[in-house]
Design a protein around this ligand. Sequence first.
Ligand SMILES: [Zn+2]
Length: 130
Amino acid sequence: MSDENNMQIGTCRFCGQTKTIQTIAPVSQDELDNMATDMCICPEAEKLRRKTERKSKIEQFINHNFKDNELKADIHNAIDMIWDSEHKRHTTHQSITLQPTEEMTIKIWKDADFNLRIKAKTVDDCELKV
Ligand SMILES: [Zn+2]
């Protein structure tokens, strides 16, 4: 805590490359390693970054479009199931369809380019009979 320009060493969790990190406050080794992994350009670190980015985009999409907490949990479960099949290339086109209400269908699938896709459809016909 004494030095203003404290230099600390972090290690990439994947390839073991070390990075010198300038810290202004005490940082745990765990955090230093996370930072080093974030900075690293090895393929595994890159892959983790992409996955983290995708996760936060998914999170944003879900929070923005769905209000119900139970439904959000269902969507996350479906995504996990599809992501678990990531290493089994033959299950590329696996898809899960949720129907939380009569008016709404949510389809979650992985496309041919291994992107995760979510599509929610609502029937918003307006009808009145008096
Ligand atoms: Zn690395």
